[in-house]
Design a protein around this ligand. Structure first.
Ligand SMILES: *[C@@H]1O[C@H](CO)[C@@H](O)[C@H](O)[C@H]1NC(C)=O
Ligand SMILES: *[C@@H]1O[C@H](CO)[C@@H](O)[C@H](O)[C@H]1NC(C)=O
Ligand SMILES: [Zn+2]
Length: 527
């Protein structure tokens, strides 16, 4: 295309867009027209902060040349850490795909900022598909990144041949696969699990449960599927009495309802007459139970051997739904307490820490909540880094799977990320920077009677529970099948580079920590 023609086209575009009209579509054979529309020079939106944006030297070559040199210098300063990892901390941002943490940078100052984990020296990509699905769930992925084998969608801690909801297969011990928490405990280390969801939810259950259906969180749910006489043990029961659960030193999250019979506790959903929390406390006088942030803060860790913290009937509240006086601890607070507690074991520990509500927020198309939970997750990772040493602690940060979450539309630097992007759809209504391929918000944004899109800027008002547009109507927004990032720091963190299957992760963690129960054992150089 000639310069004149491009300039003319830009001017036309600018004029047309300022009148909030879209251009007629290009002729399919007009390559030049099509090219120019694919990457249009769109005018800034008054609502954006684009006019205010100072580029702070970014508009000079020196800025980028220096930045490039600094990065290389930093790489040269790194030495391969081949020490033995006494401690391993696995952080999981549930549903934290790359679009999620990239977009969330906007909340910490802009695209140029980094989350705590994005500063880790080694990164890789994890392929998340399950044996039977291209797009996986949190159950089979937990089996992969904790137990080291891929599994069927919806199943936890069971080998790949077991189909979802197979009651009998759940009962067969030979189908069980164990998590790195057990490998660590077998080596004399302590292990723990921390989450912002119900502690019986799929990801944390991967630490300690073996079950063919992620929804079997209590006995009522198991009986509904497997019959009243079934021997299948529900997830809450497995946490308190299971082979792995009963040995965990620290367990924190929500989900009280699954631990207590409805006759003993109004919000309880069990039907076997049990109060598993009481049973846990009766096992030992040194088994501490806490239900609030105050109780957690006041807990004298010197006096207890195990800690169970259950802070809600179901998932913990979103961080933005709480305030400074909340009775619910933050993920960072739980992380600090957990590391302080588990550090007492001289042989070290394994801990799984989940920011679990990034995922639930996305399922409801609550983009504000999803991105804020990502910020909270990063604070917890920063706390773990501060409390540990790269000399003896491997920290791995990853996600189980992505979401159908999109970050697009050519927004200007300094844009208000929850606002509209300059891209102008052919219906001349605003386009939001953040949206989803599917989800419950479809009818909020699409007038199905008149068959027109509503103006999303009249719907998204600034509320924390704002829904964001979804292209197809689904009850809940779905996961995505794209690879997720893995960030590693500490002993053998360089192993985590490359593109690999998700189930490789616990083997690399086991290698760094010399856990012989892992499928990969240490070489003599690392012994
Ligand atoms: C499950 O096991 C029981 C007891 O062995 C047997 O009676 C039943 O037929 C099995 N069910 C299935 C679906 O295989
Ligand atoms: C039971 O659930 C309701 C609704 O979530 C809540 O308001 C109430 O406090 C709960 N009861 C107890 C005893 O926690
Ligand atoms: Zn999910």
């Amino acid at each position: 295309m000639t310069l004149t023609r491009r300039a003319l086209l830009s001017a036309t575009l600018a004029f047309v867009l300022s009148a909030t009209l879209a251009l007629p579509p290009c002729d399919r054979d007009d390559e030049d027209c099509r090219d120019s529309r694919m990457h249009p020079d769109l005018p800034a939106l008054p609502q954006g902060r684009a006019e205010l944006r100072k580029y702070d030297g970014e508009d000079t070559n020196d800025y980028w040349l220096d930045q490039g040199k600094e990065f290389i210098k930093m790489k040269f300063a790194e030495t391969l850490n081949t020490k033995k990892a006494k401690n391993v901390i696995l952080f999981l941002g549930d549903g934290m795909g790359v679009t999620t943490h990239s977009a969330a940078r906007n909340l910490i100052g802009g695209e140029e900022k980094y989350f705590s984990f994005e500063k880790f020296p080694y990164t890789g990509l994890s392929k998340t598909y399950s044996i039977d699905r291209t797009v996986p769930d949190s159950a089979n992925t937990a089996t992969a990144y904790l137990c080291g084998v891929k599994a069927m969608y919806g199943t936890i801690g069971l080998s790949g041949g077991v189909e979802r909801e197979d009651c009998n297969a759940t009962l067969s011990a030979q189908n069980q696969v164990f998590s790195i928490a057990k490998w660590a405990m077998d080596a004399g280390k302590s292990a723990g699990v921390v989450t912002t969801t119900r502690i019986t939810h799929a990801s944390p259950a991967g630490v300690y449960a073996h079950i063919a259906e992620r929804d079997w969180e209590d006995d009522s749910e198991v009986k509904a599927s497997c019959g009243a006489e079934t021997q299948v043990q529900d997830i809450a029961y497995q946490l308190i009495h299971g082979e792995v659960g009963s040995k965990l030193s620290l367990m924190m999250g929500g989900g009280k309802r699954h631990f207590v019979d409805s006759k003993l506790y109004a919000n309880g959903t069990r039907s076997d007459g049990r109060n598993l929390i009481d049973e846990y406390q009766k096992l030992s006088a040194k088994n501490a139970f806490v239900e609030s942030r105050t109780e957690l803060n006041n807990l004298n860790l010197e006096e207890v051997e195990r800690v169970l913290g259950i802070f809600s009937d179901t998932h913990l509240k979103y961080h933005l739904e709480t305030d400074a006086n909340s009775l619910q601890p933050t993920l960072e607070e739980m992380t600090r307490k957990a590391i302080e507690f588990l550090s007492r074991n001289e042989k070290g520990y394994f801990i799984f820490i989940e920011g679990g509500r990034i995922d639930t927020a996305h399922h409801d198309t609550y983009a504000r909540l999803a991105l804020d939970e990502t910020v909270e997750f990063s604070k917890a990772v920063a706390a773990a880094r501060e409390l540990t040493s790269e000399d003896d602690t491997l920290i791995v940060v990853t996600a189980d799977h992505s979401h159908s979450f999109s970050y697009s539309g050519y927004p200007y630097r300094g844009n208000y990320i929850f606002g509209r992007a300059p891209a102008t759809p052919v219906d001349s209504k605003p386009y939001m920077t953040l949206s989803y391929a599917n989800g419950p918000s479809y009818e909020t944004f699409y007038d199905t009677v008149n068959k027109v899109r509503r103006d999303p800027t009249t719907i998204i008002t600034g509320d924390i529970h704002d829904e964001f547009p979804a292209t197809a109507p689904l009850d809940y927004e779905t996961h995505g099948g794209d690879d997720v990032a893995v960030f590693a720091l500490g002993p053998w963190s360089h192993l985590f580079t490359g593109v690999y299957e998700q189930n490789t992760i616990p083997h690399m963690m086991a290698y760094s920590s010399c856990l012989s129960d892992g499928l990969t054992s240490c070489s003599s150089s690392n012994a």
